[in-house]
Design a protein around this ligand. Structure first.
Ligand code: SF4
Length: 231
C-alpha cells in the first residue's frame, strides 16, 4: 500500500543537521562499514537483512574460512553448502538464494571494476532489479561500497526521528531518503557518518525501551517532552 506523503518534512528546519551534530558529539566518529573490502560490504548488506550484525559476522567468518567470500565462488557454490555457511545470519535458505542471485548479477555485470563507472541512478536501478535487493540494501551498497551520495533509511532512522517528531515514521522510503539528502550538505561522507551514528544510537540509546536520560537529543525530542510533561 502506498504511504501518504508528509508535507511537513521540508518545513521543519534543519533537523537532520542538528541531530547529526549532537550524535557526533555523543558517539564520536564511527568507523563504518565494518569490512575488509567492498565485496564484503555488499555481502554484509544482504546478510544483515532482519538480523543482528553479530550474526552476520559469524556468517562472513564462515565464508572466509571456506575461502568462499568471492562472487565467482558463490555463484558456483551448491545452494545447500552456501546456506549452511551463512546459517548464523538467519533465513539462511532465503539469503543463500539472494546472495547467489546478487553474485550472478555482479559477475555478469563485470564486477566492481566495471560497476564503479556506472552513474549512480543506473547502478541503483540495476541493484533494485536484483532478486532480494530492496532500497535499504541497495543504498547500503551504494553508500559504503561505491561511495555514492545516497542516504540509507532503516528502522533505527524511522524510530529515532519519529520519536523526535520530525517524521511520522511510516513515510515511503524514497520520501524519507529525499528529505535527508536534501538536508545534509557534504554528500557521501556526511551520509555515511550520520547513518552509522543513527545505528549506534538506535542500538545503544534510543532502543525500543529508550534510555532518554543518556540521550544527546532529549532537548529536541517530542517523545521525551511528552513523557516529562508536568501533570
Ligand atoms: S530522548 Fe529518548 S526517545 Fe528521544 S531520541 Fe533520545 S532516547 Fe530516543
Amino acid at each position: 500500500m502506498r504511504k501518504a506523503s508528509n508535507p511537513n518534512l521540508h518545513a521543519r528546519g534543519r533537523w537532520a543537521v542538528r541531530a547529526h551534530a549532537a550524535l557526533l558529539e555523543q558517539h564520536g566518529q564511527q568507523d563504518w562499514w565494518p569490512a575488509e573490502d567492498r565485496f564484503e560490504i555488499m555481502v554484509g548488506a544482504i546478510l544483515t537483512q532482519n538480523t543482528a550484525w553479530t550474526n552476520v559476522e559469524k556468517a562472513i567468518a564462515n565464508l572466509k574460512g571456506a575461502d568462499m567470500l568471492r562472487a565467482d565462488t558463490i555463484v558456483q557454490a551448491a545452494p545447500d553448502v552456501l546456506a549452511q555457511l551463512i546459517r548464523p545470519s538467519g533465513y539462511f535458505n532465503v539469503k543463500a538464494r539472494r546472495l547467489a542471485c546478487f553474485c550472478d548479477w555482479y559477475v555478469r555485470a563485470g564486477g566492481y571494476q566495471t560497476l564503479r563507472y556506472w552513474p549512480t541512478q543506473r547502478l541503483r536501478k540495476a541493484l533494485l532489479g536484483v532478486h532480494g535487493v530492496g532500497p535499504e540494501t541497495a543504498d547500503d551498497m551504494l553508500l559504503y561500497a561505491f561511495h555514492r551520495p545516497v542516504f540509507v533509511i532503516d528502522a533505527y532512522t524511522r524510530r529515532i526521528f519519529a520519536r523526535l517528531g520530525t517524521i511520522r515514521g511510516d513515510e515511503a522510503y524514497e520520501e524519507l531518503r529525499a528529505a535527508f539528502e536534501h538536508q545534509l550538505a557534504g554528500g557521501t561522507r556526511n551520509f555515511a557518518q550520520l547513518h552509522a551514528l543513527i545505528v549506534r544510537h538506535g542500538k545503544d540509546v534510543c532502543r525500543p525501551a529508550p534510555r532518554c536520560g543518556a540521550c544527546c537529543l532529549n532537548a529536541i525530542c517530542r517523545f521525551y517532552r511528552h513523557r516529562h510533561q508536568p501533570v
